[in-house]
Design a protein around this ligand. Structure first.
Ligand SMILES: [Zn+2]
Ligand SMILES: [Zn+2]
Ligand SMILES: [Zn+2]
Ligand SMILES: [Zn+2]
Length: 289
């Protein structure tokens, strides 16, 4: 399935300086980005540092679709719930499915419906993660989207304002219409395995009909269930499904973590950039991951 996707790992964009790097080069860049350092220095000045400044640098990617990837800075005091919420917000949420983390042989399940041996999401990452740990996230136990998360490093002096801060994110992979080769904008959920990626013109003539079509989004959940990139369609579009259980820990009710999912409309702008001269060096750095 999706042969055309498998070939290329798209580059990604640094959230701070807007520069574009390959997936592996981004790991180095994030630790040396001057814009990030400047913004952190400003924040350090403006707030009295508290004791809870430890954070983890985490690389998240589609377990079977590594072309979708993100670098995150996650507070050690953040909970699995915070991380799950961020992942849903930016990449996953369609209709409020259950989700799970698997960390070192332990299974953690969202919501109240747990079986014996399973734990909930109300646990701090500090109690679970150390550098070099790889762990897993599943969203929706029917048509599952699987993510791999790697703890690249930890730091003691984080200035991030949010439980989870986006550091960098892949550019939208270029996916072409299976019929005519133009950039695909829609995907048929029935035909996603074969011939289901469609440009807007070919989508109009697609035999499965409009109801089967979903927009192409920059997410490993593209084309799955009812995923449109706009959060849970049964609630408002403001991505506001979170329970009011933040306890003011992060002193900030605003659940806008950064550019959460906002750039799904930018597919074409991103594709244009991507087309230019950077295709050859895409692979160079990618082995080490
Ligand atoms: Zn940067
Ligand atoms: Zn769904
Ligand atoms: Zn087409
Ligand atoms: Zn179809």
């Amino acid at each position: 399935m999706r042969e055309q996707l498998r070939k290329e790992i798209p580059k990604g964009r640094c959230f701070f300086c807007n520069s574009v790097f390959s997936k592996a080069a981004m790991t180095k860049h994030i630790t040396s980005c001057k814009a990030k350092a400047t913004s952190e220095a400003a924040l350090q000045k403006s707030r009295r540092s508290s004791k809870n400044n430890k954070s983890f640098h985490i690389l998240v990617e589609g377990r079977y679709l590594p072309e979708y990837w993100m670098h995150l800075e996650v507070k050690a005091k953040a909970t699995l719930d915070d991380l799950d919420e961020f992942l849903r917000d930016i990449w996953l949420e369609c209709c409020g499915h259950m989700s799970a983390f698997t960390i070192g042989g332990r299974t953690f399940i969202s919501g109240p419906e747990r079986e014996s041996g399973e734990e909930g999401f109300d646990i701090e990452l500090d109690k679970l993660l150390t550098p070099k740990i790889t762990f897993y996230h599943e969203y929706d136990f029917g048509t599952t989207t699987d993510l791999t998360l790697k703890v690249l490093s930890e730091r003691e002096d984080s200035t991030s304002e949010w439980p989870v801060q986006l550091l960098a994110r892949n550019e939208a992979p270029q996916i072409n219409c299976d019929i005519c080769g133009k950039p695909a904008t829609m995907v048929c959920t029935q035909c996603i395995e074969e011939g289901g990626w469609l440009c807007s013109e070919c989508a109009e003539e697609h035999e499965c009909g409009e109801d089967m079509l979903l927009p192409v989004t920059n997410s490993p959940r593209v084309g799955v269930c009812g995923y449109t990139g706009n959060g849970d369609d049964e609630e408002d579009d403001d991505l506001d499904w979170e329970d009011e259980d933040d306890e003011g820990f992060f002193d900030d009710e605003d659940d806008d973590y950064g550019e959460n999912g906002e750039d799904d409309d930018d597919l074409f702008a991103d594709d244009l950039m991507f087309d230019e001269e950077d295709e050859e060096d895409l692979f160079e750095d990618d082995e080490e991951e």
